[in-house]
Design a protein around this ligand. Structure first.
Ligand code: SF4
Ligand code: SF4
Length: 250
């Protein structure tokens, strides 16, 4: 080996895989993005490699997944391992934060995994796209209306993948929702009524915080549908304000 050779690999990848190799600068950029988040130093203080987080992690019982391994990858700055974990493993976490409550070092493995997920979305990784694809209905509802699942979405048509178990959640929704004292919850088409002004303010938040840009990167079709929805609601809001002005003038 000459004095100028280096053991640092320029390109990382599986030599027998068809997948394109990931360049070292790209791996560094991904890690820098994770590290640059304000929460990073708050979530990672060191790691004893003790495995308490994994021992108490519910996801580790069911999947080939270990929060200890993820924290070690970050702590030792193993760029290739971090990238690999972002292709599948990080999506196994249930974000329950049991690990954060138990870690003797005060780390939050679940919090670090959240940063890795956000970075996977920012880098438009396939893993993020495929994990989020089945939730496009929920994202549409959440981003366009500020609501999560509407009660009437929990039916056999919307959740065919739930199989025959879906019939167990069949209920007289209209009647049940009418019984809830808050009028904003007397609806089945939405979890609760969000007024027009709040919806329009939410759109500004989605835009200013970069949520919409991230959505555009991982699901262009969904982004287009939501953008149309937002335009429509903003027009409704303008009309509402114009009507108010007209009423004042009369
Ligand atoms: S993150 Fe905490 S609990 Fe998990 S292995 Fe490291 S020191 Fe132990
Ligand atoms: S937050 Fe994730 S890593 Fe931590 S215990 Fe829960 S499932 Fe496991």
């Amino acid at each position: 080996m000459s004095a100028t050779t280096t053991r640092v690999q320029e390109n990382i990848g599986d030599p027998v895989s068809d997948k394109p190799q990931v360049s070292r600068p790209q791996l560094e950029e991904i890690f820098k993005d994770i590290q640059a988040d304000l929460r990073y130093d708050h979530e990672l203080h060191g790691c004893l490699n003790c495995g308490i987080c994994t021992a108490t992690c519910p996801a580790a019982h069911y999947y080939d997944f270990s929060p200890r391994e993820i924290v070690q990858l970050l702590w030792t700055e193993n760029l290739e391992g971090i990238y690999d974990a972002m292709q599948e493993k990080i999506w196994a976490c249930a974000q329950c934060y049991t690990c954060a409550a138990r870690c003797p070092f005060g780390n939050s493995p679940g919090g670090l995994i959240m940063l890795m997920r956000e970075t996977a979305i920012k880098h438009e990784m396939e893993s993020a796209k495929s994990v989020l694809r089945p939730f496009s209905r929920v994202m549409l509802k959440l981003v366009s209306t500020g609501n999560q699942l509407a009660p009437d979405m929990i039916n056999a048509e919307h959740f065919a993948d739930w199989g025959p178990n879906i019939s167990k959640v069949d209920a007289p929704l209209k009647l049940l929702r009418k019984a809830i004292p808050m009028p904003t919850l007397n609806t089945t088409a939405t979890a609760w009524e969000v007024n027009l002004r709040t919806s329009v303010e939410l759109y500004t938040i989605w835009e200013e915080t970069g949520v919409l840009k991230q959505l555009e990167g991982i699901d262009r079709n969904l982004f287009d549908v939501i953008a149309d929805f937002m335009d429509e609601k903003r027009e409704d809001w303008k009309d509402f304000l114009a009507d108010q002005e007209d009423e004042k003038d009369d």
